[in-house]
Design a protein around this ligand. Structure first.
Ligand SMILES: C[S@@+](CC[C@H](N)C(=O)[O-])C[C@H]1O[C@@H](n2cnc3c(N)ncnc32)[C@H](O)[C@@H]1O
Length: 281
């Protein structure tokens, strides 16, 4: 299934007139956001660490020429891009294509090698299980998936060393824990929270005055990271919570969640939140 962009109208509303703006689309995916920005007259630098998006990115390059640049890297490299951005956007998590291509190992609904790497580089989920201790694995399940009985599942995983998605699914005895277990391993394999934290630390210095940072999150744990970071940035100057990496105070934009119409059209939007801030210098 082609990826349906989530909360795109809310993101466009939060940006306003895009003509001539320099926008970083940190999560290119199927290019739904980038296309909307480019068609509205913005210049876009798009990141994605997934090599499977290269074809779409090439098509964008041909269509939009030098108003579009693709960076096949993790978005935590944003600090290394020259110049400032008017808008930096993150549409976090995984795309429909990543879930739907069973062989990539993200889904417990398709039998496939237990991989889960967005970039195809680094340790697979099967290797992560093999390398971690029971305690380390239980911590991953608890911290990244809120998994109940994390210790028991970690012990079972270390004993059986699952190599496929179905082998992992079948050792999780409570069906309600299967999705959280897959989510937790995916977050660990891709260092998703580390990526968000490193990228957000670079954002204040990469935004022009009046620039906006907008994040769409898909579960409470990543939403909490964004919410707390934005809260720190919006503390008054002089307050100890204002991080050193934040040279100017920010103002919060309104948080938006999908309306019934969007949810009906795209059930994958159900847990989404859009949060944003404006740099007020
Ligand atoms: C939810 S999709 C984005 C969909 C996109 N907004 C659209 O409308 O088509 C998330 C994308 O971000 C990418 N991604 C996730 N974490 C990343 C990271 N740390 N660095 C670069 N790309 C990342 C994934 O590979 C995936 O393609």
């Amino acid at each position: 299934m082609k990826h349906i962009p989530v909360l795109l109208d809310a993101v466009k509303d939060a940006i306003g007139d895009m003509r001539g703006l320099r926008i970083a689309d940190c999560t290119f995916g199927a290019g739904g956001y980038s296309r909307a920005f480019l068609d509205a007259g913005a210049h876009v630098v798009a990141f994605d660490r997934d090599p499977h998006v290269a074809n779409d990115a090439n098509m964008f390059q041909n269509k939009y020429g030098n108003t579009f640049r693709f960076v096949p890297e993790t978005f935590s490299h944003i600090g290394e891009i020259d110049g400032l951005f008017d808008v930096i956007v993150f549409d976090l998590g995984i795309s429909s294509m990543q879930i739907d291509v069973g062989e990539r190992g993200f889904s417990f609904r398709a039998d496939a090698p237990l991989d889960m790497r967005m970039s195809g580089k680094g340790m697979t989920a099967a290797e992560l299980i093999a390398k971690s201790s029971v305690d380390e694995l239980a911590t991953i399940l608890r911290d990244y998936g809120d998994v109940k009985k994390a210790n028991i599942i970690a012990r079972a995983a270390k004993e059986k060393l699952p190599q496929t998605t179905f082998e992992l699914r079948d050792l999780v005895f409570n069906p309600n824990d299967v999705a959280p277990v897959f989510q937790a391993l995916r977050i660990a394999v891709n260092d998703e929270f580390g990526e968000i934290q490193r990228a957000l630390a670079a954002v204040p210095n990469k935004l022009a005055c009046g620039g906006r940072c907008i994040c769409v999150t898909f579960h409470s744990l990543e939403d909490r990271i964004v919410k707390n970071t934005f809260r720190d940035w919006t503390t008054p100057p002089g307050d100890a919570r204002l991080p050193e990496t934040c040279p100017a105070p920010f103002k919060l934009l309104k948080t938006v969640t999908p309306d019934d119409g969007e949810l009906e059209n795209n059930p994958r939007a159900r847990s989404a939140h859009m949060r944003g801030v404006i740099k007020t210098c």
